[in-house]
Design a protein around this ligand. Structure first.
Ligand code: ASP
Length: 419
């Protein structure tokens, strides 16, 4: 059954891509077909979105409360945060190291008109887009009341509330308190509904990839040089993302649990495909959790804690993309990057990746703080939009892979502590 669904998802994706391409080369899809497919896509995404809020809240809450002892919680929390921080750091570092050696876009001159740039719009000023401005908005999102956070799908707020209530319940309530039973029951109900939604995956993925493929093949942009530079930039992002996803993370997984890279990639293929087609770590979460538990035998106590948190704060692909994009745009706008500015890009990209929600194109919001910090005008973001959508697919897959490898590492650590 599981394998069957994976096959269905593959097939549906392939058919969606091919049909989208076919209709586009024929001059566009018939309105009936296009309307129907957009309806399928929107409904599928709405169903996924409907479950994200309650699912993250209850799975995190139940993960924390079912740990039972605050000592364990500290261990698990510390290991999880430590892993996330470490791998995001590697990804960002990889991006910055690579641009020292490989920067193909410098074969062409920067854009003209660079004099108009306000360099003073730079570093660490309080206000919109500065470090404190962004930290302020992160804090106001994080500390929202739980009902408002769930209703408005404020992921950071949901995660913060779930963690705080989970820790409070673990400390304040006796082990047999009915509250724990209630949380487990809510979690079980949500999982049941998720199971039904997962059965719809092939339809959703067909529709998403159909639309994606027809858009990519229609109305293109002009500006030969800029396109070449964008292609160079995209090629580097792609290469480094693949390097991190195919070499670095599998190596960490192998160190942790001796799983071969091939076996790892095979077992996690389904969430990777879902991440690729939805460009959303949060929407992929149900499949990520299911895969970690069923295919990789991660303890549900670990997966229900590590994965929802990871879908929100652990984004290796996003950090890598934002660091590279900032360096690329700085070149285009004629800004020389001193060591200090490069270190700034490094930290800002990490913070922005932590703050970005697991949604399509979420990086674009965090990008502004990285750009402002080094004095690149915000309009520069528009240049990225041309290549942003296709790149989002692969960086979201990397984000999800990072979460799953995190679950493996923490699971191993959790077991060794329990022995
Ligand atoms: N789409 C990414 C994700 O959901 C976030 C981003 O835009 O980088 O993981």
């Amino acid at each position: 059954m599981i394998r069957n669904l994976t096959f269905q998802v593959f097939l549906a994706g392939l058919v969606g891509l091919t049909l989208g391409y076919y209709f586009e080369t024929m001059g566009g899809s018939p309105p009936m077909i296009e309307g129907g497919i957009i309806f399928l896509k929107d409904s599928f995404l709405a169903i996924l979105r409907m479950l994200i809020g309650p699912m993250i809240f209850f799975s995190l809450l139940s993960g924390i409360t079912s740990l039972g002892s605050i000592v364990r919680l500290k261990t698990l929390g510390g290991a999880t945060i430590g892993y996330y921080f470490f791998t995001t750091l590697i990804a960002t570092f990889l991006g910055l190291l690579a641009v020292f050696f490989i920067h193909p876009w410098t074969d062409y001159p920067p854009l003209e008109n660079v004099d108009s740039i306000s360099r003073s719009a730079a570093l660490l000023q309080p206000g919109d887009g500065s470090l404190f401005g962004v930290l302020g908005s992160v804090a106001s999102q994080a500390f929202t009341n739980p009902i408002a956070a769930i209703a408005s799908l404020n992921i950071l707020g949901i995660v913060t509330n779930a963690i705080l209530f989970g820790i409070a319940a673990t400390i304040a309530l006796p082990e047999k308190n009915p509250f724990f039973e209630l949380v487990r029951a809510c979690n079980a109900l949500i999982s049941k509904v998720l199971g039904w939604v997962i059965l719809l995956l092939p339809i959703g993925i067909f529709a998403i990839l159909f639309e994606f493929s027809s858009r990519t093949n229609s109305g293109e942009m002009d500006g030969g040089v800029l396109i070449s530079q964008l292609l160079d930039f995209s090629g580097l992002v792609l290469g480094l993302t693949l390097f991190h996803g195919l070499i670095v993370l599998p190596f960490i997984a192998w160190l942790a649990v001796s799983i071969s890279p091939f076996e790892l990639l095979k077992k996690i293929s389904r969430p990777m495909i879902v991440a690729f087609s939805t460009s959303s770590s949060s929407s992929t979460l149900p499949v990520t959790i299911q895969t970690a538990e069923r295919e990789l035998s991660v303890d549900p106590k670990v997966s229900s804690f590590v994965l929802p948190l990871g879908a929100t704060i652990n984004m290796d692909g996003t950090a890598l993309f934002e660091a590279l994009a900032a360096i690329f745009l700085a070149y285009l706008y004629g800004i020389e990057l001193s060591t200090i500015l490069i270190v700034t890009v490094f930290f800002m990209a990490m913070v922005a990746s932590i703050g970005a929600p697991g949604m399509p194109s979420a990086s674009m919001a965090g990008m502004q703080m990285v750009l402002l910090a080094i004095g690149v005008p915000l309009e520069a973001i528009a240049i990225l939009l041309v290549v942003e959508r296709p790149l989002d697919t692969i960086r979201t897959s990397l984000n999800v892979e990072g979460d799953i490898v995190g679950a493996l590492v923490v699971n191993r650590y959790f077991k060794s502590q329990a022995e």
